[in-house]
Ligand binder design. Structure first.
Ligand SMILES: [Mn+2]
Length: 367
């Protein structure tokens, strides 16, 4: 991006009025043709760009009462393994769809000691699993993604881990479906002069690369953790987690260049009965939804993957809910505020073989 484009962007921002003057977003860290990294940001309506590099830090501005934080940029890494060992004494905190609701997500993580006041990892050797759909709807998914990216490094250093499973909204944004974007991101796209929002998350962007290494489904200890669910068709096809995860990665990386025989697998894995979209643990809410899984379907999935429970987001529940005699746990309590403005969201805490709803006020209730 040259100076002319940046000036053009500034002009665009000033032309769009009061809302644009308050627009802040980014940074988007992109690699140019020479292989150099550039951080693009909008601060109070002004587009800026600055050279950066792997090993350098970028600053993510504060939102509301939340402090700003710095993130060190890392070279892209290989995809993680699909099976994660978890010792029974290691706590696991599961957070489902956050949809750009940074302040509410942070309230939950702070209340349960996963992060501290300055948004640093404070969960020691604990594991945090994030079940996708960080993107879309809300106004702060960029900050949330940077926070997760940062926590991953901090957790690893502390002997813990952050596992981020992709949801259907990650795949939609990366593949160019911008129907659910908060209006602010469409404005940001225009401000940067980008052809479309997905260009800011392309494989040439640092977080775009990182997202394309992430899994759709993991087995963490004896729990299958993922966004949508595992349909009976997944087990019937004997698709391993590795196969599922690499198919999702292929779909997000080079969907249009896949050989035809792989296209069929991609269509299935990325479709309504694949791990990102499946809703079959619930009564169908529309004719597009899969028929409800039977107890036998759930049992055969658990048997195939040699797991004890399936932990999912994606489908809204009023409170963290055990289904199928506790073999499926639905975690997606949509992040919102109650009539007094208190953050409302729940997580799942697994500690020493016991399961708890983790409430936003820091309390826990046995499941
Ligand atoms: Mn979803």
């Amino acid at each position: 991006m040259n100076r002319f484009v940046v000036l053009l962007l500034a002009a665009l921002l000033h032309a769009t009025g009061a809302v644009a003057q308050t627009l802040s977003d980014g940074p988007y860290v992109l690699q140019n043709r020479d292989g150099n990294w550039i951080a693009l940001s909008i601060r109070d309506g002004t587009a800026t760009h600055a050279p950066t590099s792997i090993g350098a830090e970028v600053e993510i501005p504060g939102v509301g009462e939340l402090p700003s934080f710095k993130v060190r940029l890392r070279a892209p890494t290989k995809p993680p393994p699909s099976v994660i060992q978890l010792r029974s004494e290691t706590p696991l905190f599961v957070m489902a769809d956050t949809h750009g609701e940074l302040e509410i997500a942070v309230a939950l993580l702070r209340a349960h000691g996963v992060v501290d006041e300055s948004l640093r990892w404070s969960f020691g050797e604990g594991h945090l699993a994030i079940l996708g759909d960080v993107f879309d709807r809300g106004a702060h998914h960029t900050e949330l993604l940077w926070l997760i990216y940062k926590l991953q490094a901090e957790a690893e250093q502390a002997g813990g881990a952050v596992h981020f499973m992709l949801g259907n909204h990650e795949s939609m944004v990366l593949l160019g479906d911008d129907r659910y974007l908060h209006a602010k991101y469409k404005e940001a796209t225009k401000a940067f002069g980008a052809p479309h929002y997905a260009a800011l998350w392309s494989p040439k962007s640092l977080l775009g690369q990182w997202l394309r290494t992430l899994p759709a489904a993991l087995k963490i200890g004896d729990l299958l953790c993922l966004h949508g669910g595992l349909s009976p068709e997944v087990a019937a096809r004997e698709l391993t987690l590795d196969q599922m995860n690499s198919t999702v990665r292929d779909a997000l990386a080079f969907r249009h260049a896949l050989p035809e025989r792989e296209q069929a697998l991609v269509s299935f894995v990325m479709g309504p009965n694949g791990p990102l979209w499946y809703r079959g643990y619930f009564e169908p809410r529309s004719t597009q939804h899969s028929p409800q899984a039977t107890a036998g379907d759930v049992a055969s999935v658990l048997a195939f993957y040699e797991a004890k429970k399936i932990v999912i987001g994606h489908t809204k529940v009023p409170t963290v809910t055990a289904l199928y005699d506790g073999r499926v746990i639905a975690v997606q309590v949509y992040p919102h505020r109650d009539e007094n403005g208190a953050p409302m969201i729940e997580g799942l805490l697994v500690e020493k073989g016991r399961y708890f709803k983790a409430l936003a006020d820091g309390s826990r209730v046995a499941l």
